[in-house]
Design a protein around this ligand. Structure first.
Ligand code: CA
Length: 294
């Protein structure tokens, strides 16, 4: 549903990428480049989101990371080009928070996203100190949108909720990363605070196709990380909101977590620490749960 808007707090997005541009959120209340805040939302010429790191209206990517995560969610589908996003036809709202990523930058991004219609927030970042400013902003997003906030669990191969913060903040969905065998990726954080797992890839050399293929600035590449797992979950959340417009955030979260594939049997030593299992888009949308493996 093009009205389902996924905000992506990251390094920005390649605004000219041929496989992304068609699904980058457009603020229809704003007239580009006229120097006015046409829609009175407090931001001048915020046609495609904002750069909260530098305090301007240009969320163009400088790093590739944000273009990669946004592509996993909203790369244009059925265009015979590049890759296909999970939440095809939904719109990705780039909320650039890096490189500075100060708590106030991040909080402003959550607030902007909620106030401008986003219902899913995808966050492939973490590792900072506990922050009441960030937690209040997450709470505001959830209360305003009745949506979901999804976070990468982090890449420390640790069960520490401190290293995994803000993913370990209970109101958000914490995502661990699996490889193509449904095993915990070597780097992925884990723990009882993780809610769900999703493909994050495991690469061993440049261009290794065991990574997650998505868009980067001007082209495509294979990346690995819980940063790559998180947007898969955000994408399926957008599909659920698209298919079921009346669903609440709590219902979408519950449906994501109850419809997973059981993987504890494939992950000895990590039982109960990879969430309910590996994300399954079909089962989520088809109204699972379905019978799980032993
Ligand atoms: Ca504006």
């Amino acid at each position: 549903d093009p009205n389902v808007i996924v905000s992506i707090l990251d390094t920005g997005v390649d605004l000219d990428h041929p496989d992304l541009v068609g699904n980058i959120w457009v603020n229809t209340g704003e007239i580009a480049g006229n120097g006015l805040d046409d829609d009175n939302n407090g931001y001048i010429d915020d046609v495609n989101g904002c750069d909260f790191s530098d305090g301007d209206n240009n969320p163009d990517d400088y790093d590739n990371h944000g273009s990669h995560t946004q592509g996993t969610i909203t790369a244009v589908t059925n265009n015979a080009t590049g890759v296909a996003g999970v939440a095809f036809d939904s719109k990705g709202m780039p909320c650039k928070i890096f490189p500075n990523a100060l708590d106030n930058n991040i909080a402003e991004a959550f607030t902007y996203a909620a106030d401008n219609g986003s219902i899913v927030s995808s966050n492939s970042w973490g590792g900072g100190a506990q922050s009441t400013i960030i937690e209040d902003a997450i709470d505001y997003f959830l209360a305003t949108s009745d949506g979901v906030v999804v976070f990468a669990a982090g890449n420390d191969n640790s069960s520490s909720p401190t290293l995994g913060y803000p993913a370990s903040y209970p109101p958000v969905i914490a995502v661990a990363a699996t490889n193509d065998q449904d095993q915990k990726a070597w780097y992925s954080n884990y723990g009882t605070w993780v809610d769900i797992s999703a493909p994050g890839g495991e690469t061993f050399f440049a261009g290794d196709p065991q990574g997650v293929l998505s868009s980067i600035i001007g082209t495509y590449d294979f990346f690995q990380g819980t940063s790559m797992a998180c947007p898969h979950v955000a994408g399926v959340a957008a599909l659920l909101f698209s298919a079921n417009p009346g669903m609440t955030g709590a219902e979408v979260r519950a449906q994501l977590e109850v419809s997973t594939d059981f993987i504890d049997n494939l992950n000895p030593g990590f039982e109960g620490e990879l969430g309910t299992g590996r994300l399954n888009a079909f089962q989520a949308l088809a109204g699972g749960p379905f019978p799980k493996a032993p």
